[in-house]
Design a protein around this ligand. Structure first.
Ligand code: ASP
Length: 591
């Protein structure tokens, strides 16, 4: 995670400066230069000498001024002088410019500045709200400058990869209509059509499909998407994605196009080019990791014990699915630690958590120590140890329940016990393919589309669409990095007959389909090519490359966790006149 405020490849020269602060080196000794920037530090040496550390986005250069100079921290100045070696013994090995300084300087104040609300220094911890309120100062910090530039490097390498593969960037509207992707949307009241709203796109999904009908063939966009959902470390209201759609393609083509862009971006950001991205089916991911976004940097895989406990007399293990994880060396866990793990499992939805300390004795494993051991036969106890491959001193954690719940609970415990921060290397990418077509049911008992209703089922599963929807796989795929979902996509339905079967399974009536996305279905009647697409979340990708565990750190002007912008104080009430213009009348505030 390299990239940094390396000087731009150009010299940075303008009509006001000849060089960039961070670019000066021993090879510049003897040159007369003018640099511009912010005063990072000022020290006086008696009455005859002043030192200014001058900062721009490329770094810091020491400037030596004869006499005194009336500048303070964060003043904006231009400094003109002669580059020379620093006197012996005064070099600064921590600074790339540390061998040299600008001597004999004359200083022009371009603008005075009030004392900054906090020091522009990566080592200083500053309260989040203060940072965001003065984001323009916060962004001057070297780490934040590096993050912004890293983001630009990732964007531009992705754009280049898409251009090279024959994709064309098309901008789609921000004022748009609802998209059926399940997230809550932001509405924009219309001034010209009182009572009606535009919707800010949660993604350009329908627009990009229309572009395929329009014959664009290969579309991409670094697209801004908006979703009105609770904010978290990996979620802001607004985010950017590399949005992709192509015609006359299969899943294989899309995976190849997107892999190329992601691998290029990784190389641009980290200097290392990842190898081919491995693939796993959704079913395998659930079986082995208990999640559809497995962090494959570590093992601690889920082990299936359903066969070991088939026909068990122990009621708690008499369940459709019994699985375990093994914590190596975990047998030393105290009783209170084990109680805490049990509470966590219950909070995740399990009825309980059975733990087994694998007991040590001469010649290896002698048995299991657990409050529930007495309910298990000797064969079951031996089967538990053999199937898990546990060794003396290990801890086995077992959950028995419905398949999905068992996977979910153990998958979460696995991360609690073995997980690492997402941005910690190595970077392990994974394609997860063959997602189920539907995920759960709504309050009407209708299946819910796992991706979106325009996703194509697997050809082999099509005949079970109505009779056994839960078993139908879709041609949908996700890209995962270190346990974070980086993006998803699918092959789309382009045939009206299949689309209307899917709508009817979802419980969407013809009238409803016509009113919600009639424009798309209508367009499909005019010649829709087979098409498929994907979207890669840029904020998450850049955050991981930047070594940040929160995407706020790679967004210039993010919101706080509560969706507030301390700098502009948005969201703000509208004036009565603006409300009138929009035809709006506010209800009293809900308390
Ligand atoms: N529209 C989807 C999303 O934003 C991506 C896709 O299916 O292309 O997640």
């Amino acid at each position: 995670m390299t990239v940094s405020s390396e000087p731009t490849p150009t010299t940075g020269a303008t009509s006001m400066r000849s060089h960039l602060c961070g670019a000066l080196r021993a090879t510049d000794v003897g040159s007369r230069v003018t640099v511009c920037g912010w005063v990072a530090k000022r020290r006086e040496h008696g009455e005859h000498l002043a030192f200014i550390d001058l900062r721009d986005h490329t770094g810091i250069i020491q400037c030596v001024v004869p006499g005194t100079v009336d500048v303070r921290s964060e003043y904006v100045v231009a400094v003109e002088g002669l580059v020379r070696f620093r006197p012996d013994g005064t070099g600064n090995a921590d600074l790339p410019t540390g061998e040299v300084e600008i001597g004999d300087c004359s200083v022009t104040i371009l603008n005075a500045a009030e004392p900054p609300p906090f020091a522009v220094d990566d080592r200083v911890e500053v309260d989040e709200v203060i940072r965001l309120k003065h984001r323009f100062v916060d962004l001057r910090r070297p780490k934040m400058q590096a993050n912004l530039r890293l983001r630009a490097a990732v964007n531009s390498s992705m754009r280049a990869a898409m251009d090279r593969q024959g994709f064309v960037e098309v901008e789609t509207p921000l004022l748009w209509a609802p998209t059926p992707e399940g997230a809550r949307e932001f509405a924009v009241p219309s001034r010209l059509h009182h009572g009606s709203c535009y919707v800010l796109p949660q993604s350009p999904q329908l627009a990009k499909q229309l572009l395929m009908v329009a014959g664009v063939d290969r579309y991409y966009q670094v697209a801004r998407c908006l979703r009105d959902e609770d904010l978290r470390a990996d979620r802001q209201f607004e985010f950017s994605q590399l949005d992709v759609e192509a015609s006359f393609v299969s899943q294989e083509d899309i995976l190849a196009f997107v892999s190329e862009a992601v691998v290029d971006a990784a190389e641009a950001a980290t200097g290392d080019r990842p190898g081919p991205i491995p693939r796993m089916t959704w079913a395998e991911a659930m079986d082995r990791y208990g999640t559809d976004k497995p962090d494959i940097r570590f093992a601690m895989e889920l082990i299936d014990l359903t066969a070991v406990f088939a026909g068990t007399g122990f009621r708690a293990f008499d369940a459709p699915c019994v699985k375990a994880i093994v914590l190596e060396g975990g047998a030393t866990a105290t009783r209170s630690r084990l109680d805490a793990l049990t509470d966590r499992a219950k909070a995740l939805g399990a009825k309980g958590l059975a733990w087994f300390r694998v007991a040590e004795g001469e010649g290896g494993v002698t048995g299991v120590d657990s409050p529930v051991a007495k309910f298990l036969s000797d064969e079951e106890q031996a089967g538990l140890v053999t199937a898990t491959g546990a060794h003396a001193g290990d801890l086995i954690l077992v959950v028995a329940d419905e398949y999905r719940l068992t996977c979910h609970v153990l998958g979460a415990l696995r991360l609690d016990l073995g997980g690492r921060p997402v941005s910690e290397g190595p970077f392990r990418y994974l394609w997860v393919v063959d997602f189920p077509m539907f995920d759960g049911v709504d309050d009407q008992g209708n299946p819910i589309a796992a991706h979106h209703p325009f996703t194509m089922p697997h050809e082999e599963d099509l005949d079970r669409l109505e009779s056994d929807p839960a078993s139908v796989r879709s041609q949908a795929y996700d890209l995962v990095l270190n346990g974070w979902e980086l993006g998803s996509g699918s092959v789309r339905v382009h045939r009206a007959d299949i689309q209307s079967r899917i709508f009817s399974v979802l419980g969407i009536t013809d009238e409803e389909a016509a009113s919600r996305f009639g424009f798309l279905l209508g367009a499909f009647r005019f010649g829709a090519p087979p098409h498929a697409g994907f979207a890669v979340g840029l904020d998450r990708l850049v955050a991981i490359f930047a070594g940040e565990d929160n995407i706020r750190e790679v967004i210039a002007f993010p919101k706080t966790q509560s969706g507030w912008d301390p700098m502009t104080d948005a969201p703000k009430p509208l004036s009565p006149a603006a409300l009138r213009d929009l035809g709006l009348q506010l209800l009293p505030k809900l308390s």
